[in-house]
Write a protein that binds this ligand. Structure first.
Ligand code: GAL
Length: 341
């Protein structure tokens, strides 16, 4: 019944556009609910989203009202924000869900109001996404980021194993800085980074692991403790994201280490500060988590849904829109740096 309501809304939007002879002068209202606005990667994605809105407005002569709100890490707050978007008659809502296992509640609310919902970055479980035809996900494949990150270490091992294996015991000793427990990116990046090396025959030994919830400060404290306890035994630091890799580098700098004395530290995201660290030689590699591409897809999908058009983005199973990761090292860094003005 409610599904029919949304389908009817989309059909009437199409009829309306046809009646207007293709003129699209109505304002599109998009509500964006972020899990936390102070997350470095999410901040950059949100900035790209605002840039994509300006470009779309100019290119198509439309008005887009983008309202971005901060859930401050609380699912209760985010649910209330979603209620407000729906009460105010937004055309589409985009949700960076706080608790990825709680998507059913939001999907049911959106379905009740007949408003399409685009989740991004924090992937709902498949069963929830399948609850409604107008629930979508834009993101990147978490296992792919892990494999590429593992590949950065594997390439370095193959190029000069002795430089990585400082103890000379033929085994790579590593520590793992993990993101939030339960997040698809924490679980799968952790698993696939290490598996890529072991599958290639590199003997690996985990010295320790700890969750630092994507954040630089807690990662710095954790790495300080590891340096005290384990010292030179740490040969590789896998960090599930760049902010935590930068925290590990902060701890190494605090300990007075030069870049070449630091363990081989790798991250994921390719944020601006991480690219600077790659340039300086403290971060040995990262994985581009295409924030601008995902922002473009979120907006393209949202506008199409609001207009009742077929989405211009490619959808797997009619629901998933994926962007690919890319390895970033000092060798190809120039391709990822913002153009000099
Ligand atoms: C990941 C990203 C992290 C953090 C997290 C938030 O994809 O690598 O830095 O932003 O999303 O959900």
């Amino acid at each position: 019944m409610l599904k029919r309501r949304c389908a009817a809304a989309l059909a009437s939007a199409l009829l309306f556009l046809a009646a207007c002879g293709g003129q699209r002068d109505a304002t599109i209202r998009v509500g964006v609910a972020l899990y936390r606005q102070d997350d470095t990667f999410i901040t950059s994605l949100s900035q790209y989203l605002q840039q994509a809105v300006l470009e779309e407005e100019q290119a198509r002569g439309v008005k887009i009202n983008l309202n971005v709100v901060d859930g401050r890490g609380s699912q209760t707050t985010q649910n209330e924000q979603v209620d407000q978007f729906l009460d105010k008659g937004y055309d589409v809502i985009c949700v960076n869900i706080v608790d990825r296992t709680a998507a059913a509640v939001i999907i049911d609310k959106a379905q009740g109001a007949g408003v399409p919902v685009v989740f991004f970055n924090r992937e709902p479980v498949e069963e929830d996404l399948n609850r409604w035809e107008y629930a979508f996900y834009v993101g990147t494949r978490a296992d792919e980021a892990g494999r590429i990150q593992g590949g950065l270490v594997l390439d370095a091992w193959r190029a000069d194993a002795a430089a990585l294996d400082r103890s000379g015991d033929g085994v790579l000793q590593y520590v793992m800085l993990e993101g939030e427990p339960g997040h698809q990116d924490s679980l799968l990046r952790t698993e696939h980074s290490v598996r890529t090396l072991t599958a290639a025959g590199v003997p690996m030994e985990k010295l320790s692991n700890n969750a630092a919830d994507w954040q630089r400060g807690p990662a710095r404290l954790r790495m300080q403790r590891w340096l005290e306890e384990l010292g030179d035994a740490i040969e590789v630091v896998f960090a599930n994201n760049d902010d935590m890799a930068l925290g590990a580098i902060d701890a190494c700098l605090d300990a007075g280490m030069e870049p070449e004395e630091m363990p081989f530290i790798v991250g994921v995201d390719a944020t601006a500060p991480a690219l600077r660290a790659v340039e300086e030689g403290t971060l040995r590699g990262t994985v581009l988590n295409d924030a601008s591409g995902q922002a473009e897809d979120i907006l393209a999908l949202s506008c199409a849904l609001a207009r009742g058009e077929a989405p211009a983005v490619e959808l797997e199973d009619g629901k998933y829109c994926w962007r690919q990761h890319t390895a970033v090292t000092r060798e190809n860094l120039a391709e990822f740096l913002p153009e000099a003005s």
